[in-house]
Design a protein around this ligand. Structure first.
Ligand SMILES: *Cc1c(COP(=O)(O)O)cnc(C)c1O
Length: 464
């Protein structure tokens, strides 16, 4: 499989190069040159275990030898605390796809455990090193750290704004003591952390001489890992309900998770509707309702991992929506970067997309959804999942069962659960145990100079 850029000016790349490159050289995002259509294979895939299914799907997109790929998949999902990896739990008329059984209890583990293993494999093949630099407002950092801790050829430097992430989030990161993990508490805001990232990456000689890279959500390997659970859940729910089609509701920030569902549908998985759910940061909801993609300002909510205004994976969707025409896509993206706005012409039926429906949910509704779901069914939703469930409830359909993606364990957001239910209900032994663990973290000023010399010093004191 070759990978092309949405903007059309990148020589096609193989899988390994696509994974190592991240962003294409022309500024676009990488996509497989064609999406394999697998409808005729679905019957034979229906009863496969998660890892066997992952192998069947991923091998279509990878140039990694089959036994190596199989070993990578097993290593990646061995760390999950459930035999089904991503189990489906039926609650009343909704099927909840629990994506939070990974080591950090967040859905990002599904992709980042795989990405860590893929990186290690490719770097080993090429006899190269990688120093990952990341900035986190809380949640992504621990999943990224957990994906690469203890791996050969890789070090990771994660900046978080000091005192501005929750105590649990901070401990999830700083209690990882592997020698290749460097936590940095920046004396500033998340914006400072992102600015420092940009400054260090734009210094190309520093970037190249220090083998700097990222793990951000535009990496194709992350999308690929997420495609698998759409198949897995659809098979389980179709068997359970004897229905021939399903719907998925997906709480979204960067359009990464839902884009994986879009790919699954294009591969031939019978998905009738994808329901996109956002919090008050509703740029994507507005797009799918009125066809206008217009940047607003970011609001802090109780579902912070979706507090995003420019969705980094949206360009991949837009590429298909504009008829796989890189020239048009380039024009639209250029217009967006100068005016902060782009529009598409509606389809003949007036909709923006006949597969994707969307809704936005405010804080009060999110808390109410958590409360009612707990009262009625005894099931605790984390605030991100609750956003998805709320919108899903407005799109129920008798012949197409609804599968809602549960993206975090409720214990990660225990304060919101307490606000919603009035009780301190959300716990997980892994998180409770964090309080007693030793931690390691450097505290540094919010300047790129301070971070740069910290990285240099750390690499010298750790030659291999
Ligand atoms: C990252 C994240 C999301 C959003 O995922 P995208 O791929 O950015 O759409 C939703 N919920 C949780 C808990 C997350 O960590």
């Amino acid at each position: 499989m070759r990978y092309i850029s949405t903007r059309g000016s990148q020589t096609p790349l193989g899988f390994s190069d696509a994974v190592m490159t991240g962003l294409a050289r022309d500024g676009g995002l990488l996509l497989p040159a064609e999406i394999p259509y697998v409808a005729d294979r679905l019957p034979s895939w229906q009863s496969l275990s998660y890892t066997d299914l992952a192998f069947e799907i991923m091998r279509l997109f990878c140039d990694i030898p089959q036994d190596e790929l199989q070993a990578i998949i097993h290593r990646s999902y061995h760390s999950f605390h459930h035999p089904d990896v991503t189990p489906v739990v039926s609650v009343n008329n909704i099927h909840i796809l629990e994506l939070f059984h990974g080591p950090t209890l967040a859905f990002k583990d599904v992709a980042l455990q795989f990405l860590g293993n893929i990186f290690e494999y490719i770097l080993d093949q090429r006899n190269r090193e990688l120093n990952i630099l990341a900035a986190t407002s809380g949640d992504t950092g621990s999943a990224a750290i957990c994906g690469v801790r203890g791996r050969d050829h890789i070090r990771i430097f994660v900046m978080h704004p000091r005192g501005r992430v929750s105590p649990t989030q901070e401990r999830q990161m700083t209690s990882v003591l592997d020698e290749n993990v460097f936590n940095i508490a920046v004396q500033g805001t998340f914006d400072d952390c992102q600015r420092i990232m940009k400054e260090l990456f734009s210094d190309l000689s520093f970037k190249d001489s220090h083998f700097l890279g990222t793990v951000n959500s535009i990496n194709w390997a992350r999308v690929l890992a997420q495609v698998v659970y759409y198949f897995f859940a659809a098979f389980r729910v179709m068997r359970l309900t004897s229905c021939k089609r399903v719907r998925f509701a997906v709480p979204t920030g960067n359009f990464g998770d839902i884009f994986a569902g879009y790919v699954a549908q294009r591969m031939g998985l019978p998905i009738g509707q994808l329901i996109l759910a956002t919090n008050e940061n509703d740029i994507l909801t507005r797009f799918f309702n009125i066809g206008e993609y217009k940047q607003g300002s970011v609001h802090a909510t109780i579902s912070p991992s979706m507090d995003i205004q420019v969705a980094s994976n949206f360009e991949r969707y837009l590429y298909y929506r504009l008829g796989e025409d890189p020239i048009r896509l380039r024009e639209e993206m250029a217009a967006f970067s100068t005016t902060g706005r782009l529009t598409v012409t509606p389809l003949p039926d007036g909709r923006v997309d006949d597969l994707i429906s969307a809704g936005a949910v405010g804080t009060a509704q999110t808390l109410a959804t958590i409360r009612t779901f707990h009262q009625q069914y005894g099931y605790l939703l984390d605030p991100h999942t609750a956003v998805g469930i709320h919108v899903a409830q407005q799109h129920l359909c008798r012949n197409e069962p609804m599968i809602c993606l549960a993206t975090a364990h409720p214990a990660k957001f225990s304060q919101a659960i307490e606000n919603a239910t009035g009780q301190d209900l959300a716990h997980h032994p892994l998180l409770d145990a964090l309080a007693d663990l030793p931690t390691r973290c450097a505290v540094l000023p919010a300047t790129q100079g301070a971070i740069r010399s910290h990285i240099q010093r750390s690499l010298i004191s750790q030659p291999e």
